[in-house]
Design a protein around this ligand. Structure first.
Ligand SMILES: [Zn+2]
Length: 128
């Protein structure tokens, strides 16, 4: 039952590893290029909209998202007595009643995994 958590942690570890090997930035899009770091000497050329997108998802942003997702995972650990998520079952987070999961894994973790659905280890049973 912890397979989804292991899957998510592995994907976040991959995202983190790749982000840490990239130029730390911050990256700034400027016209058709991306400026890496605090100097404007190093410019990578991309089409304008692509440059905006890439700069917006620079390594610092990816690392911040990885950290936030790890905290979400910690909030959605299974209750080993009830075999469900204590956070989602608490009804304190504002989910509609039909979103309250009675079984593990909860919908929150399934939704966190959805962006990785093209990974070969993703299981269709996790698709919300
Ligand atoms: Zn949950």
């Amino acid at each position: 039952m912890d397979d989804l958590i292991a899957f998510l942690r592995a994907r976040l570890d991959e995202d983190e590893r790749i982000a840490k090997t990239a130029d730390p930035g911050p990256w700034h899009a400027d016209g058709g290029g991306i400026h890496k770091g605090h100097t404007t000497d190093e410019v990578v050329d991309y089409a304008g909209d692509n440059a905006e997108h890439i700069a917006r998802h620079d390594p610092a942003r990816v690392l911040a998202e990885v950290a936030a997702k790890r905290l979400i995972i910690e909030l959605h650990q299974p209750d080993h007595k009830q075999r469900d998520c204590g956070t989602c079952m608490s009804r304190k987070i504002g989910y509609q009643e039909d979103w309250i999961e009675e079984e593990w894994p909860c919908k929150t973790l399934c939704l966190l995994a959805l962006p990785y659905a093209d990974h070969p280890d993703y299981r269709e049973e996790w698709r919300p």
